[in-house]
Write a protein that binds this ligand. Sequence first.
Ligand code: KG4
Ligand code: ZN
Length: 332
Amino acid sequence: MNILAIESSCDETSAAVISNGKICSNVVATQLIHQQYGGVVPELASRAHQQHVLPVVERALSDAKVTKKDLHAIAFTRGPGLLGALLVGTSFAKAMALGLNIPLIDVHHMQAHVLAHFIEDPKPCFPFLCLTVSGGHTQIVKVRDYLDMEIIGQTMDDAVGEAFDKTAKLLDLPYPGGPLIDKYAQQGNPLAFEFPPVEMPGLDYSFSGIKTSFMYFLQKKTRENPNFVQENLPDICASIQHTLVRILLKKLKRAAKETGIREIAIAGGVSANSGLRKSLTELGEEMGWNVYIPRFEYCTDNAAMIAIAAHYKYLQNDFTDQKVSPLARMEF
Ligand code: KG4
Ligand code: ZN
């Protein structure tokens, strides 16, 4: 059984082929055009997807050594994401499925981030908790089965990836700033500066306040010393990263306690963060959890995760049809 999967929800055009549950190719074309604007420009993302989708799909097929005739289904990211960007992948997948007369599988982008854990060993056992952290989402997901998930906690405002990117922007770092904060943080002292975390009830998060308090902090410090950022960049990055990671793990710990679940996973772009990976590993040892952290290439957006999600949907005969349209917001 060969499935071609296409991901186009944000600024990565990606295609992958999965054969009987095994990933055979995963091609990702990152759009560099957005760097000069300090964030993703939706219209430019749609155009870049249009330019990339055909060569990326052709490469994914040739890497996997399959032809179009060998395919049994076409999968695509239906949402959530940028509507114009999603429309490119959705239209391409629909046209290809129609042309080849094979079934079409729609995939939820955030569920796919969670299911990236089933691409390779070690795989979590059900039920497990997955902290799903990306540029648009921050969720604690209770995963009962491959396609049975429930959000038990989430951000009420900004996503943690946004908090990384916005604080990086205040430091004049280029987009996306998350990986750069991570890089500088590795040489800094995480306890150099303190930022008060915003307390939220239950298992929910809030990250919009951090950006504002960070902005006031920078304004005050640069008034005192105009070279403050240049002289303290590693310590600033380490301190902000430490604060964000501490907020993330505090609620995850609470969720594990409330549910009694000890299988703990992380997913999404921010799960590539070395501070989060290290702190979660240490916390897991302390709490006696089994911790699952995806390989870097399966953390940020990729079509392999769409392909593995499609594999499980195929096994359950869960198909869509030619009437399907993308959804910028999409329920679980
Ligand atoms: O999952 P993803 O690739 O795209 C979305 O679905 O949003 O996540 C992108 C987010 C961006 O905010 C980016 O800055 C963040 O993931 N990110 C990181 C790191 N790598 C990517 N944040 C912190 N540290 C990293 N190493
Ligand atoms: Zn994502």
